[in-house]
Ligand binder design. Structure first.
Ligand SMILES: Cc1cc2nc3c(=O)[nH]c(=O)nc-3n(C[C@H](O)[C@H](O)[C@H](O)COP(=O)(O)O)c2cc1C
Length: 284
């Protein structure tokens, strides 16, 4: 969009304001990047995007970026290093190694319920295939809810530094992601929903930096009530969640009537169905 040369003593800096069109990600989303260069060295970067500004905020991304530029030009007169340390340029290193792990997210708050049994069967299948598996329990973790700030589309990283970082690291390194979820009030339990919403940061990371693809996702679910329609809410949440992250759905096992059954281990064939699906997912 524009460039401006600013001098500080004998040093010469170039401030650049650029606009990127992200409308393929979200309708009319634009990202503005203000950067400071000295020769080939980038000293500072500030990014902002149009989705950061909610309807009642009297600010817009472009004017915020221009205001920042004005402030930086003024700041250069006294202390450029203060700007450099406040706006470091390096994007986070997301690593480029091929994803080969297996991650199970056990979404029930009950550590010894039917979803834990499903997670255990799935983990056994992974280990029997000679692979390692990581089981994560959102309800035991410190995960803030997504606040819809959209700042992850500036940096590829969430503004909250909590246990979600470990989940995103695990999913980034996974080739197979397995979700175990009970039906809670016609959706997933709150802890799992926190994870799903906070995965927006991983979607942003993939959008900004790309990924190697090839991930598969399997769903295991239990519902207290009788009948397949009780799972329509779960599949409506989990399958788009997989697809949004470029994870190809690779099957599901849904077990209803758990309020009557109580313990799914008494049901014939369920352990085998889970293990077969996981084994197939590992091979594909
Ligand atoms: C808060 C809460 C909400 C629930 N909502 C539903 C529901 O909407 N539909 C349903 O079929 N079962 C519902 N259930 C029953 C659970 O899906 C069922 O007990 C399940 O087996 C629990 O999974 P877990 O054993 O892995 O904890 C609910 C249970 C709880 C505690």
């Amino acid at each position: 969009m524009e460039e401006e040369v600013v001098r500080y003593g004998s040093r010469e800096f170039v401030l650049t304001l650029a606009r990127e069109d992200f409308s393929s990600v979200y309708p009319r989303m634009m990202r503005y990047t203000l950067s400071v260069r000295e020769g080939d060295t980038v000293h500072a970067v500030f990014r902002t995007n149009t989705f950061e500004y909610s309807p009642m905020v009297p600010l817009a991304a472009e004017s915020a970026a221009r205001d920042k530029k004005t402030a930086w030009v003024r700041g250069f007169a006294s202390d450029p290093e203060a700007i450099f340390s406040a706006y470091p340029p390096d994007p986070p290193d997301k690593g480029g190694t091929p994803a080969n792990g297996v991650v199970i997210i056990q979404g029930s708050p009950r550590p010894d319920g039917n979803c834990s049994i499903l997670a255990g069967w799935a983990a056994d299948a992974v280990r029997e295939a000679g692979r390692t598996v990581q089981i994560m329990y959102p309800h035991d973790l410190d995960i803030h809810c997504c606040i819809g700030c959209y700042q992850c589309y500036n940096t590829g990283t969430c503004v909250f530094d909590d246990d979600m970082k470990g989940i995103i690291d695990a999913v980034r390194g996974a080739r197979l992601l397995i979700i175990c979820s009970p039906v809670y009030t016609n959706t997933v339990p709150a802890g799992l929903k926190l994870v799903i919403d906070r995965m927006q940061a991983y979607h942003a990371e993939k959008t900004l930096y790309g990924d190697l693809g090839g991930k598969k996702g399997i769903l295991f679910s239990v519902a207290g009530r009788k009948g397949e329609p009780n799972f329509s809410c779960i599949t409506k949440v989990i399958l788009p969640f997989f697809r949004n992250l470029g994870i190809e759905p690779a099957g599901q096992v849904l077990i209803d009537s758990t309020d009557a059954v109580r313990d799914i281990r008494i049901l014939p064939g369920r352990n085998d169905a889970v293990k077969q699906l996981v084994t197939k997912g590992l091979l594909s």
